[in-house]
Design a protein around this ligand. Structure first.
Ligand code: SF4
Length: 453
């Protein structure tokens, strides 16, 4: 395994989208181009189903491992005008849509959603849904909960509105690691939020752990997983720390490069955690995720209905993800659009009654076909080439590019099907790279993507 890690641990995309963001071809996407893709979606799919992601960017302090778009402040007077802007953005989109949308899922991400007072979040929700409460059977509502500032009031008010899912940002329980990443949150703190959420009826609690953090040793991950198992969350995300200081600048310079575990050590952290989780009955799902068999994510994985979008893995297979808020990304299936990446720029455009997008991509027929293959691989570890495709020559080239992974026992090709073997699961990103039509040579990828393993 060590040799394979050495061979395949190269910079590569995480494929939250295809084409990946650095290869989007519209650095200045026009509103008319974006609107056309929305119209195309509406006439093609006709179901009116939509997923909503709302980016809430503020945090009280900076975690040094962070790769998110955020704004650090302790000044809470920013809450009200920001929520006003998001409401206004939603109203601008409502005018653009042909018909009323069915919101199948909504996720609050950040930043720190729980930086905002519960009442501000509820005001936002009431304006989005035009209702005081929604039926959790029809719409899946979830939020990222920071253990240090999620209050009983947040948990209760959001539950009453219809939320049943939350994810707690844990990362690692070691005090040394927590100091290195500037995020001090003892187990008791996480436990108290987790237990209260369970007590009042949240049915899907996720814990987000990270491996490959500065100063993180094998004993730390073992202790972190042990404590996590004690609370039995329904889902666990085990993310690889993505070291991308050329993108995130100072946010990722709070420690020395020599504090990071080396390639093989890092993979060992994952393998040990994975074994512990599987021994407890968790099922590995797609890339970086685990769930107990009763959880919808595990059921969707088993039934091959799992979907993945910019929010991560999801059971709601809508064909339109609308991202609201500063830096949020939308996906109309036929196009991608990203909102302005500064709070000021975003709010200024909203004040001028403009949909605040700045860059994006319009998907070609080839993009759409490759995107489907990559999505299949990321969700189900297999994909089948389309029989009636006009890109058969390309299929043959992809198979050739996969030959080395076939020889190493990581991939199997059966007729028109590409299957990632059990041994190949850690290398799923490498397999997707064989399909990627934009991928530059290895040397040129160095400052674009984190390493694959
Ligand atoms: S990890 Fe979360 S809480 Fe920490 S700075 Fe990043 S967005 Fe904010």
């Amino acid at each position: 395994m060590d040799d394979l890690i050495k061979k395949y641990n190269v910079p590569g995309p995480r494929y939250t989208s295809y084409p990946t963001v650095p290869f989007w071809q519209k650095p200045e996407l026009k509103l008319s181009e974006w609107r056309d893709t929305i119209k195309r979606n509406e006439s093609f799919f006709k179901d009116n189903d939509i997923s909503l992601y709302i980016h809430l960017p503020y945090c009280e302090s900076l975690c040094t491992f962070c790769g998110c778009h955020k704004r650090i402040t302790k000044n809470h007077s920013v809450e009200e005008p920001y929520i006003d802007a998001v409401i206004k953005e939603w109203k601008l989109y409502q005018k653009l849509f042909n018909s009323k949308k069915n919101i199948k899922e909504l996720h609050f991400g950040g930043g720190t959603p729980t930086f905002f007072q519960a009442d501000e979040l509820i005001r936002l929700l009431k304006n989005i849904f035009d209702s005081d409460q929604i039926d959790p059977e029809n719409t899946e509502l979830s939020f990222e909960a920071h253990p240090n500032n999620t209050t009983k009031e947040h948990l209760t008010k959001l539950y009453t509105f219809g939320f049943r899912r939350l994810s707690l940002g844990v990362q690692d329980y070691s005090p040394l690691v927590q100091k290195a990443i500037n995020r001090i949150q003892p187990f008791e703190q996480v436990k108290s939020v987790h237990d209260f959420a369970r007590k009042i009826g949240y049915t899907s609690i996720s814990h987000d752990l990270v491996f490959g953090l500065p100063k993180q040793k094998l004993d730390d991950i073992i202790d972190t997983v042990k404590k996590t198992i004690e609370l039995k969350p329904d889902r666990i995300a085990l993310y690889s720390y993505a070291h991308v200081p050329w993108i995130k600048g100072n946010g990722q310079r709070g420690f020395d490069e020599s504090d990071l575990p080396k390639d093989n050590e890092k993979r060992q952290l994952y393998e040990v955690a994975k074994k512990m989780l599987e021994d407890e009955g968790y099922i590995e799902i797609g890339m970086d995720h685990f769930a107990l068999p009763h959880d919808n994510l595990a059921i969707a994985f088993k039934n091959k209905t799992l979907h993945r979008n910019f929010m991560g893995y999801t059971t709601q297979n809508t064909n339109f993800l609308l991202g609201l808020g500063m830096s949020a990304i939308s996906d109309s299936w036929f196009g991608f659009a990203q909102n302005n990446k500064s709070v000021e720029g975003y709010k200024e455009l909203i004040e001028q009654n403009q949909i605040p997008i700045f860059r994006g991509h319009i998907l070609s027929d080839l993009d759409l076909e490759i995107r489907k293959y990559i999505l299949d691989l990321m969700c189900h570890f297999e994909t089948t080439f389309k029989e009636d495709s006009k890109y058969k020559k390309l299929h043959r080239e992809i198979i050739e590019r996969l030959q080395e992974m076939v020889n190493d026992g990581l991939v199997k090709i059966e007729n028109n099907k590409v299957i990632i073997t059990d041994k190949g699961i850690p290398f799923v990103r490498n397999c997707c790279m064989a399909f990627d039509q934009d991928l530059p040579r290895e040397g040129e990828r160095k400052n674009l993507f984190s390493k694959t393993i």
